[in-house]
Design a binder for this molecule. Structure first.
Ligand code: AMP
Length: 293
């Protein structure tokens, strides 16, 4: 009798708490559903936590592959950083567990999948859609920077879309918790600011540059410094060789904002709180952060 009562109480308590509150998880706690995608180090599945019925994304990483690629340290940093962030436009990391062969990350489920695919489908976004996304990401980055977290790898592939159509920054693999200026070269070439391409010190303003590159790609469908050869992309970034094609037609207000973000001297880039006051954002962004097409 006493045991039954205790287990009933446990069940009630676990149904009330979110997955984040549990200390120790095992695979037994989840019903595994369909695969959502495949990453470099493993697979991602939709899953339901049995007691709370909370739907999550379970990322399964193989220890052997993490070790081989020497990214265990990077993963630890990613988990440490992402699990402490709470923002509607940042993908939650509720917790993790592991067995002999695998590491499992319990992630917020982003029902509408990858933004990258949506951009490929549409080729480029409308100004209202782009501004709404850029404003919501600026809010998320202001939050990160306030916690001394620099993302350093903002690009369409690292953005997921939630059930309401809101963006979620995922993949904090290159992010860093810092009080100092850094020198490490990381991120993807097209989105790297001049100071990282040249491996000189950088700070949180790297994320303003990447958001400028992203804004350009939302509006034109291609990143601004794209070139056939890596060496040409490097050169174009260092020279800030920024050109605005005549098609698709983009407003001068949008071009003005991008030009204020893609500035070589990182201290002269438009601060994110000023970005939110820029006329293009004010006129086009939906304050809810959700684009309603
Ligand atoms: P990744 O290993 O993070 O690159 O994930 C591989 C793929 O799984 C992604 O490209 C997404 O399509 C999908 N995916 C990853 N995380 C989630 C999530 N939290 N919600 C929905 N789909 C996801």
């Amino acid at each position: 009798m006493a045991i039954a009562t205790e287990s009933q109480q446990q069940h009630k308590a676990s149904a009330e708490r979110s997955p984040v509150e549990k200390q120790r998880w095992t695979l037994e706690d989840f019903d595994i559903g369909k695969p959502l995608g495949r990453g470099k180090f493993g697979h991602v599945y939709v899953a339901r936590e049995k007691r709370s019925q909370h739907v999550v994304a379970l990322k399964v990483l193989f220890k052997s592959q993490l070790k081989e690629s020497q990214v265990e340290h990077q993963l630890r940093r990613e988990v440490e950083i992402q699990s402490h962030l709470r923002h509607p436009n940042i993908l939650r990391l509720y917790g993790y567990f592991y067995d002999q062969k695998r590491v499992y990350l319990i992630l917020e489920y982003a029902a509408k999948g990858e933004l990258y695919k949506e951009l490929q489908k549409c080729k480029y976004f409308s100004e209202r859609r782009a501004a709404t996304y850029v404003a919501s990401l600026a809010g998320a980055l202001i939050y990160c920077h306030g916690k001394h977290v620099i993302h350093r790898d903002i690009k369409p592939e690292n953005l997921l879309v939630g059930a309401q159509g809101e963006l979620k920054i995922a993949d904090f693999g290159w992010s860093v918790h810092t009080f100092n200026r850094r020198r490490t070269m990381c991120g993807t070439l097209d989105y790297l600011p001049p100071e990282m391409v040249e491996s000189v010190e950088h700070d949180a303003n790297v994320d303003i540059w990447s958001l400028g590159v992203l804004c350009y790609e939302f509006l034109y469908g291609v990143p601004p410094f794209e070139a056939k050869e890596h060496s040409d992309t490097y050169r174009r970034i260092i020279q800030v060789d920024l050109k605005f094609p005549s098609k698709p037609a983009v407003s001068s207000a949008a071009k003005d904002l991008i030009s204020q973000m893609l500035v070589k001297d990182s201290s002269q880039r438009l601060p994110l709180h000023k970005l939110l006051e820029h006329p293009w954002i004010v006129q086009n962004a939906d304050a809810s952060g959700v684009f309603r097409g």
